[in-house]
Design a protein around this ligand. Structure first.
Ligand code: HEM
Length: 422
């Protein structure tokens, strides 16, 4: 692959690791056009300086083995404060502080993770299959009537937020407003947030907080059996309470946002990847048993999350291939850089559904391993299988994909397509 993507060459000096890191932190590079653009940046950094301490004081790692070692090391998660735009970061950070700040402390992280874990185990997740099938088919029926539609906005975007609302116990009729709030709050962690977005982010967070506060009050009077909100409410009551009221609200909002745009973008990028690699799509259509591996391969190749949160090294120095990161230093792992490291994945820019042993870092690793991975996989498998069932062929009609920099995540703005009914 060439290193002359024009938009990238204009925005970043690829021969200068310092400029690459500066762009990653402050110049919203995920919004640049070009399907593989950010990966060119990670590759340039990995080739020239795989362990690079920038003038910002942050050590950035782009090789698989270094990323894995970092994520498995005792560290403190610094939340999104390092990269976030100051103005929008403050609004979001204030409202999310009860969760985000506690996530920094490993003991609090484990306490909060334990509370959420029950809702995302394999057992809890498989029970959702019938509900998920019905939801997906309902939305696909509407898309099929349209014939040509936007996979992202007309289809994918309707599924994960509805699932997360169901997990939390938010009434079905309120799903559309949640969809709106999660979309508007997503750019909060962006490298660059303009003034209009900042206002929108604030309104969205205030809306979420006020709604959740009301719903918690209702559920305290009439608790549900299994919904995550009722489980967390029980943990916040009585002398043995292990969760404060502020944490409860923030954690509910965090779970909702962690599980919505990520999964929407995962399936949107999967649909786009299948159109870019038609031979792999044909293999998958011929043998659906390949779907779980195909999804892992697509997460490895172009998963939505581009940055794990920066980590503060704790307890003992972090040893990376003869290089020592001292306790107290901050390390930033490039998840997609690791996922296309040729040392770990031969021919990394190619999507290959027969690739074996795809231990990608798309759901992170170690203490902050994605809690929702099992549910995200179930949703993605269902969405992609049913989409291929409904349509025997499809063609993406965008001249060029318009990407959004959501801070930690790269998003596809629209994925217009024409389809052929099966
Ligand atoms: C049902 C959907 C999902 C839910 C409920 C969910 C929930 C969460 C939660 C609660 C965390 C924080 C864990 C912690 O810090 O201890 C997390 C982390 C993470 N999630 Fe998910 N997630 C979902 C989908 C996804 C998807 C689709 C991806 C990407 C393919 C993803 C990638 C990640 C990554 C990379 C992290 C770790 C970030 C880091 O290490 O700093 N998640 N997720």
């Amino acid at each position: 692959m060439s290193t002359t993507i024009p938009a990238l060459a204009e925005a970043v000096d690829l021969s200068d690791p310092e400029d690459i890191v500066d762009a990653m932190m402050h110049r919203a590079p995920l919004a640049l056009p070009g399907d593989d653009t950010p990966w060119e940046m990670y590759r340039a950094l990995r080739d020239q300086a795989p362990i690079f301490k920038s003038r910002h004081g942050v050590t950035v790692v782009t090789r698989y083995r270094d990323c894995l070692a970092t994520l498995r090391h005792p560290t403190m998660d610094l939340g999104f404060r390092m990269r976030a735009d100051a103005a929008a970061g403050v609004v979001a950070a204030q409202l999310m502080a009860p969760t985000m700040l506690y996530f920094e402390d490993p003991v609090d992280t484990m306490r909060q993770r334990r509370l959420m874990r029950g809702a995302f185990t394999r057992q809890a997740v498989v029970h959702r299959q019938p509900e998920l099938d019905a939801l997906v088919d309902d939305v696909l029926a509407r898309c099929a009537e349209m014939g040509s539609f936007d996979f992202m906005n007309d289809f994918a975007d309707h599924i994960p937020v509805a699932v997360m609302c169901s997990v939390l116990g938010v009434p079905r009729e309120d799903v559309p407003i949640f969809r709106d709030w999660t979309r508007r709050s997503a750019p909060a962690t962006g490298a660059v947030v303009n003034e209009d977005d900042a206002k929108d982010i604030e309104l969205a967070f205030v809306g979420l907080r006020d709604y959740m506060t009301g719903l918690v009050a209702e559920r305290r009077k009439a608790p549900g059996e299994h919904d995550l909100l009722s489980v967390m409410i029980r943990a916040s009551e009585g002398d043995e309470a292990v969760l404060s009221s502020e944490e409860l609200i923030a954690l509910a909002i965090f779970a909702l946002s962690a599980g919505s745009d990520t999964t929407t973008q995962l399936v949107t990028s999967a649909a786009y990847t299948l159109s870019r690699f038609p031979a792999e799509q044909a293999k998958l259509r011929a043998d659906r048993a390949l779907m779980p591996d195909a999804l892992e391969e697509m997460i490895r190749h172009s998963g939505p999350v581009h940055y794990a949160q920066p980590r503060l090294v704790m307890e003992r120095p972090l040893q990376l291939d003869g290089y020592e990161v001292p306790v107290g230093d901050v390390v930033w792992t490039s998840v997609p850089g690791a996922n296309r490291d040729p040392e770990q994945f031969p021919d990394p820019d190619t999507v290959d559904f027969e690739r074996r042993d795809i231990r990608h870092l798309g759901f992170s690793q170690g203490m902050h391993l994605c809690i929702g991975a099992m549910l995200a996989r179930l949703e993605a498998t269902t969405v992609m299988n049913r989409f291929l069932d409904w349509f025997s062929a499809y063609e993406v009609t965008e001249d060029q994909i318009d990407y959004v920099d959501f801070g930690t995540m790269r998003g596809i703005r629209t994925l217009n397509m024409t389809t052929q009914r099966a």
